[in-house]
Structures are given as structure tokens and as C-alpha cells.
Design a protein around this ligand. Sequence first.
Ligand code: SF4
Length: 80
Amino acid sequence: MGEGIFIQVELSDTAREDAELAKKLEDACPVDIFTAADGRTEIVSENLDECVLCELCLEASPPGAVRVVKLYDGGAALER
Ligand code: SF4
């Protein structure tokens, strides 16, 4: 880990505590970056490097809920 991390995924506070959204994100991400735990959305940090920037998480969530930040690209973010 450490130097291998190029992606950061951020959740809004509301997204974090939305059990329904947690399930959707868990299903949407092809590389399992989200997990639904006790009705909350958790980020699986050991999978962050697998992010393929597919934006499926953004499509599955309301505007502002999820940001995918490209740490190698001046912090450019995918968001909606
Ligand atoms: S952009 Fe795709 S791979 Fe990356 S966290 Fe979202 S759903 Fe997962």
C-alpha cells in the first residue's frame, strides 16, 4: 500500500449513512471499493488502487454523494 494509492473515494455524510445507497454502491462498483456494513457505506481502502474510473458509483448515487479523486492528476475529481 502507501505509494500505490492513486485514487481516493470520498462519501458525503448523508451517503455514508444511507443503507439503501450502501447496497447500491456495493453492487455497482466492479472492483468492490464499497461495502455495506451495518447500514453504512464503508470504503474498502485496500481495493482503491483497482478503481477503473468507470463512474458506475456516480451513476448509482445522487449528485454530491460520491467523489472519485485522482490524486495523480492534481486532485482532479470525477463527480456529479
Ligand atoms: S469509478 Fe468505478 S471502479 Fe472506481 S469506485 Fe466508482 S464504481 Fe468503483
